[in-house]
Design a protein. Structure first.
Length: 328
């Protein structure tokens, strides 16, 4: 495999295996609408000509699921016209684009959401211990879980209407779906509880099924999967491969591998592809394509990971923030 060769995911053809992964820019308006600055940011990177797939930054599926100020919204139909302008801009450069949708759960503050925060369990989010808030979330009821699932499905419909080539469901970095997956934050004793891998992924299963029903069989659905918390008592690399097989069975067409409950890095590791042992464990067990991101700074490093079959696509993040023409 080579970084700059064409590749197909389902019925979507990419001109390269290079992915711009989702990174928050805070360039949306305070209400979450796509701004000119946001469109310009993505256009500059698409115009470099090397990116096969852009995954836009996480967008909130509901006000209660909003993570931070100036985050992109996918929570109402009135965001669609601005997002359509964004997708049309990116498509001019023969670059595909999918939108990441997310619910923050306990990884936010009531000052941001305007309502009490909620999660799988009444556990302080590990990612919040270092700073911004110490709010204990309310335990989500069955009714609230069903409401959140519908919010994901409704958001996916908006993604499709706005002209995106697919949708990515965010289950990493300490946000709501990661909170259900991680034993650190899921202390439930019901069917969504930590008693089994299937229970911890039940909300994922139901969201994937509802999103698939909403967008159709041919539409591309990805999952950003935080496969390992890298914290004592958290999710492990050993169970990540089994979880990935379940996500594929539930309907994921693409697995975007990441890790870390508190952030999007691996403590003590700065090497190129520091999640590549995780992506390799997943790739060896699934038939859908796998993305790895993290610490990849050069084309040579990217190609080395592909040649070693650590992943099928390579995400390059921070270098693109510094240099929109990376890879040329």
């Amino acid at each position: 495999m080579n970084l700059f060769e064409r590749v197909s995911i389902k019925k979507t053809e990419l001109k390269t295996r290079l992915v711009l992964p989702p990174m928050a820019t805070a360039k949306s308006t305070p209400e979450g609408y796509a701004s000119d600055a946001l469109c310009d940011y993505y256009e500059k990177r698409a115009a470099g000509g090397k990116i096969g797939l852009i995954i836009t930054e996480h967008s909130f599926v509901s006000k209660r699921g909003k993570a931070s100020a100036n985050q992109m919204s996918m929570a109402s139909d009135d965001v669609i016209p601005g997002l359509r302008k964004l997708t049309e801009t990116i498509h001019k450069y023969d670059t595909k684009v999918i939108a990441q949708i997310n619910h923050a759960g306990s990884a936010t503050m009531s000052a941001v959401t305007g309502s009490a925060i909620i999660s799988a369990s009444a556990v302080l989010n590990p990612g919040r211990k270092a700073g911004l808030a110490d709010e204990i979330p309310g335990v989500m009821t069955a009714e609230q879980i069903r409401a959140a699932e519908k919010e994901f499905a409704d958001a996916a419909v908006r993604v499709k209407k706005a002209g995106f080539d697919g949708v990515e469901i965010h289950s990493a970095h300490g946000y709501l779906l990661n909170q259900f997956y991680s034993p650190l934050t899921n202390k439930r004793t019901d069917e969504y509880g930590a008693g089994s891998l299937e229970n911890r992924l039940r909300i994922h299963k139901e969201i994937l099924q509802q999103v698939r029903e909403a967008v159709g069989e041919d539409y591309l659905i990805a999952v950003r999967f935080g496969g390992c918390d890298y914290m004592e008592g958290g999710s492990t690399i050993e169970e990540a491969a089994e979880a990935a097989k379940l996500l594929e069975r539930y309907g994921a067409d693409l697995l975007d591998i990441s890790g870390g409950m508190c952030r999007f890095d691996r403590p003590g590791h700065k090497e190129a592809g520091y999640f590549s042992d995780l992506s390799k464990a997943v790739k060896d067990q699934v038939s859908v394509p796998v993305i790895v991101t993290g610490g990849i700074r050069t084309v040579e490093e990217a190609n080395d990971l592909l040649e070693k079959e650590k992943a099928d696509l390579i995400g390059v993040g921070r270098p693109f923030m510094k240099n929109p023409n990376w890879g040329n």
